[in-house]
Every structure is written in structure tokens, then in C-alpha cells.
Design a protein around this ligand. Structure first.
Ligand code: CDP
Length: 227
């Protein structure tokens, strides 16, 4: 039987990661953060001195980047050229280049090949920007999480443990998020968009638990296409 796939897409800091991780735990599925793969590729490019290089150079370099996925204590992990990419892939340097790398069609095809291969690990909750539209258009359930930009900036800031009193940092976080959203939504290949049949959940005023409850209610109702 083919594995069940739950696709969760949405813009930066919309709560996808926390919701997806907890949902996967509740359902006993494998959680896949597709953004981590784009970040890891970007990190390797930076390490190889190719940050900001021309797309053709990056495309030629893809064959020199090897990902290895494995399960450890019930969690999916991976290495990039045999190195653990965490926590380096959360750095500002990676954040700055990742959307440019993710806009290269061949880089996306390379990542998608790896993501589709993860079905060998079983049922998946996969989060990203194009999981329901491109990677797994046949996903069993598709969700699109959104939140107002200010709330997303606040969430990202909390994650990064900035002081909420630091207004400069807050404004900068919001600007960086909006820049990345703009780039992710306007790229010609696989832009961030609501997939056909996806349930959109506006999370600005919802807790993580509320969002998970809504998703579980839809899953248990068995209505796997939004009409
Ligand atoms: O955690 P956050 O939402 O900020 O970002 P992420 O999920 O780690 O993704 C980082 C970047 O990778 C995004 O800004 C996109 O440019 C790219 N990405 C993508 O293009 N397609 C995906 N399926 C996942 C991420």
C-alpha cells in the first residue's frame, strides 16, 4: 500500500514547523521539513565558496552534493556531504541566500527527487512551499497555514529569542520575512500558492494546539479535498 502523505504549505514562520512536527508525533508519521533540505543545499554551497554564484555554476555543482537520510530515535535526520547541517542551516547567512537557490528550477528538481524518495520511510507529514502543488499533488490531505505578517515576525523573533522590546530587531525580522515571501511567491517555478483541494487555516489568533485540533478534525472526517 502506498504511504499516506499530509502536505502542509505556507509562508515563513506561519507555524508550519511546530504544527507539522506535533501532528506527525500524534499520528505516528515521519515529519519532513523540506525547507531544511533547501537550507542544507544552500549551506553546502556557502561552504564550497558558491554563495551568490551564477545559477549555471550552482546547477553544475549539484552532483557534488550528497544527502543521506536516516531514522534516529524515531526522527528523520540527514547529512550533507557526510556533515550534520544542524544548527548551521538556521543561520542568517543561509537565510539570506536560500530563496535565490530555491528559485533555480534544477535545484528544485534535485531537492524534489530526494523528497519523493522519502516515502520509503512510511507515512509522511511534509511541510514546505510546494508540497501540495508540485512535490506530492496526490497527497492524501493538503493544508495551507497562514498568519498576518506581524504575527509571523513575532513568532520568528520568539524562535530566535530576540527581546520583544527590541523594535529594530522586530522590524528587521518582519522585513526579512516579507522579502523572502515575496521571492517565494513570485518565482516562476513552483511559487508558494494554495494547492487545489487544500484547506487554508488562518492561524493568527490560533494556538498550535487549536491548529492541530482543526487539522485532526478534518482528517478524521475523511474529507480529503476542500470543496
Ligand atoms: O522556516 P521558514 O518557513 O522560514 O523557512 P523554511 O521552511 O526553512 O524554508 C526556507 C526557504 O526554502 C524558503 O524561504 C523557500 O525559499 C525555500 N523552500 C522552497 O522553496 N520550497 C519548499 N518546499 C520549502 C522551502
Amino acid at each position: 500500500m502506498s504511504p499516506l502523505i499530509i502536505a502542509i504549505d505556507g509562508p515563513a514562520a506561519s507555524g508550519k514547523s511546530t504544527v507539522s512536527r506535533k501532528l506527525a508525533e500524534r499520528l505516528g508519521y515521519v515529519h519532513v521539513e523540506s525547507g531544511a533540505v533547501y537550507r542544507a543545499l544552500t549551506w553546502q554551497l556557502i561552504r564550497d565558496g558558491l554563495a551568490g554564484a551564477a545559477a549555471e555554476t550552482i546547477v553544475r555543482h549539484l552532483s557534488k552534493v550528497t544527502l543521506h537520510f536516516f531514522m534516529e530515535h524515531g526522527r528523520l535526520r540527514f547529512t550533507v556531504n557526510a556533515a550534520d547541517p544542524e544548527p548551521a542551516i538556521r543561520s542568517l547567512a543561509v537565510q539570506e541566500f536560500v530563496s535565490a537557490v530555491a528559485a533555480i528550477p534544477e535545484a528544485r528538481a534535485w531537492v524534489n527527487g530526494h523528497l519523493r524518495g522519502l516515502r520509503r520511510f512510511g507515512n509522511l507529514v511534509m511541510e514546505g512551499r510546494d508540497i501540495g502543488t508540485v512535490v506530492f499533488p496526490q497527497a492524501t490531505f493538503k493544508f495551507y497555514l497562514d498568519a498576518e505578517p506581524q504575527e509571523r515576525a513575532r513568532r520568528r523573533q520568539r524562535e530566535q529569542q530576540f527581546s520583544s522590546q527590541d523594535l529594530t530587531a522586530s522590524a528587521e525580522v518582519e522585513r526579512a520575512l516579507l522579502r523572502r515571501d515575496e521571492s517565494d511567491q513570485s518565482r516562476p517555478t513552483a511559487p508558494l500558492a494554495l494547492a487545489p483541494g487544500a484547506y487554508r487555516i488562518e492561524t493568527t489568533h490560533l494556538s498550535v494546539e487549536d491548529v492541530i485540533e482543526r487539522i485532526l478534525a478534518i482528517i478524521s472526517s475523511g474529507r480529503n479535498v476542500c470543496v
